[in-house]
Design a protein around this ligand. Structure first.
Ligand SMILES: [Zn+2]
Ligand SMILES: [Zn+2]
Length: 352
């Protein structure tokens, strides 16, 4: 029966709502509100994802999608309210808050991730005839976690659930048929360059929650950046994305399948860093290990300095250690440009 249930689960249908220029109610488009309403009327359950409170925000133009990019880093400047300013958390640059969009002169500049509280209040009022529950890791996993909540979630009654953080794996909401991500841009434009990866993870997990059982699920994502490569890439069905990613990692001996190290360097020009790493790679044969790169780092430019990396992967840690040791001794011997630094990181969290 188990396998049959899995077999009967249908993949969620996915819908992007481009909210650029739309009138929004507490961050929600009329289209999304009507989908939520219809799902509840059908007697099904809805899970709405809001951004975590305190999540740092970028400034976006509601009309043209301009974003507050830092001129010196491949990152967005963060919106600060008091005092009003844009601040880059990577290089400390501070700019005054623009009163209108530098690209299209629109005055409708909005901070991503703002208004979580309004959205929550709005939903609770708009759908007051249905139970509205918060589902966060703490409310769902704590021991005191209220047997009624668990009962409610397991029941087939219509409920509107609001989550503000990633739910850990294993929570089963068999009756959720609509999952909505209110502000995907807040993750895309997170000052942390891993924001994009988090978004993908979140969406993959979230999609796994929609329509696990017999009912067809639906995932709706609101964005002002429908052309962003990651958002576009989401058109690929989730079930094909993840195994592919894992297969690629296995082939490349990347975690969780192997050992990994990164040699990073920070240089005045992009070419200097890449040349330095290329010379290392060419001078040190990889023994039972593989090189990836040299490549620009995920955030290639920071404080107007260029960051590049050479990734070393191996099936085993001893094999990795052997090649890394050889690279390090070569790097120490060689000459390097002025204002240049390099470092080695074993099992880095950031490289992937
Ligand atoms: Zn910066
Ligand atoms: Zn604009």
């Amino acid at each position: 029966m188990l396998s049959q249930r899995a077999g009967n689960s249908q993949l969620p249908e996915q819908r992007l709502i481009d909210i650029s220029g739309l009138e929004l109610s507490a961050g929600l488009s009329a289209e999304l509100i009507s989908h939520i309403e219809q799902t509840l009327i059908n007697g099904e359950q809805v899970l709405v994802f809001l951004n975590r409170r305190g999540f740092a925000n970028a400034l976006l133009c509601h009309d043209c999608g301009w974003s507050s990019d830092c001129p010196d880093c491949d990152a967005r400047m963060t919106l600060h309210k008091i005092p009003p300013a844009l601040h880059c958390h990577h290089c400390d640059r501070r700019n005054p808050l623009p009163s209108h969009c530098p690209a299209c002169s629109s005055r409708r500049l909005v901070g991503t991730g703002i208004g979580t509280q309004q959205t929550e209040t709005f939903l609770a009022e708009r759908f007051a005839t249905y139970p509205v529950v918060r589902v966060d890791s703490d409310t769902v996993t704590s021991k005191a976690a209220i047997p009624e909540l668990i009962d409610q979630l397991a029941s087939a009654d219509p409920i509107l659930m609001i989550g503000t953080q990633m739910l850990s794996k294993g929570h089963h909401f068999p009756h959720v048929t609509l999952v909505a991500v209110v502000d995907a841009d807040a993750l895309l434009f997170s000052p942390d360059f891993r924001g994009e990866e988090r978004l993908l993870q979140l969406l993959t997990q979230v999609a796994g929650r929609a329509g696990r059982d017999r009912k067809q699920g639906q995932v709706i994502i609101q964005t002002r950046q429908p052309e962003h490569p990651l958002i576009r890439g989401l058109d690929a069905p989730y079930h094909s994305l993840l195994p592919d990613l894992l297969r690629q990692r296995a082939q490349a001996h990347l975690p969780p399948y192997g050992a990994l190290a990164v040699i990073r360097c920070d240089s005045h020009s992009k070419q200097e860093g890449l040349d330095f790493l290329r010379a290392l790679k060419e001078g040190t044969p990889a023994i039972e290990a593989h090189y990836i790169g040299p490549l620009p780092a995920a955030m290639a430019r920071r404080k107007n300095r260029y960051r590049s990396q050479l990734i070393i992967t191996a099936k085993t840690r001893p094999a990795l250690a052997h090649t890394v040791a050889a690279l390090v001794s070569q790097a120490e011997l060689g000459s390097r440009p002025r204002q240049f630094s390099w470092s080695v990181d074993i099992d880095p969290y950031e490289a992937l």
